[in-house]
Design a protein around this ligand. Structure first.
Ligand SMILES: CNc1ncnc2c1ncn2[C@@H]1O[C@H](COP(=O)(O)OP(=O)(O)OP(=O)(O)O)[C@@H](O)[C@H]1O
Length: 175
């Protein structure tokens, strides 16, 4: 069966189970600007995930939609202004020493304007979509990146040790 991700909340319901529902969630976005062969990543210069390459994103603010949050974070962190975004995935991260679930809404954008610029938080760099710097990225990224590349929506859950490196178990599937 093919399930299309219509909105973020319907996607969230795809993977919710009783334990997952009991825990508080914090909403995040993660957005990847694409061209025909490349993706723009950012080297995070400070804070959570520093010294890793990742897409652009952060916490969704109370007064904005998840899409607006993705567009805002992309602009703040890379200088690019997305004119359209496509939702492609939903990720849940659990850390063994943290009761809060990170609920990450993943987007791609192929329509953006502006000049890429380094910011206080991120140093942007283009990479070939088939030659990703996975050794310098979060451990879950190589698991779901192939779905994103194929245009296949996905939902994943990843349980991390407190070291933020070791994945103790995972569930990942196409939607
Ligand atoms: C565990 N495995 C992971 N795999 C892939 N991506 C991950 C991730 N864990 C976090 N992320 C992303 O990292 C950004 C953190 O955002 P983060 O800098 O904390 O938010 P925000 O910019 O609001 O922070 P400030 O409080 O302003 O510093 C955000 O896009 C979030 O989706």
């Amino acid at each position: 069966m093919t399930v299309t991700v219509i909105d973020a909340r319907s996607a969230a319901q795809q993977v919710e189970d009783a334990e997952h529902q009991r825990l508080p969630h914090r909403l995040y976005t993660l957005i990847f600007p694409l061209d025909k062969t490349r993706v723009l990543l950012g080297m995070k210069k400070r804070g959570f995930g520093s010294n890793k390459f990742n897409g652009f994103g952060g916490k969704v603010e109370p007064n904005e939609s998840i899409e607006q949050g993705a567009i805002r974070e992309l602009r703040e962190e890379s200088g690019l202004c997305a004119q359209s975004v496509d939702k492609c995935g939903l990720l849940f991260f659990y850390f063994e020493d943290d009761p809060v679930v990170m609920e990450v809404h993943v987007f791609v954008t192929r329509e953006y304007v502006g000049d890429v610029q380094e910011t206080e938080e991120m140093r942007p760099q283009w990479f070939d979509i088939h030659d990703m710097p996975f050794k310098q990225m979060w451990a879950d990224d190589p698991r779901w990146w192939p779905y994103l590349l194929k245009g296949q929506n996905f939902a994943g859950q990843f349980w991390f040790k407190a070291d933020q490196v070791t994945i103790t178990h995972e569930k990942l599937r196409a939607l």
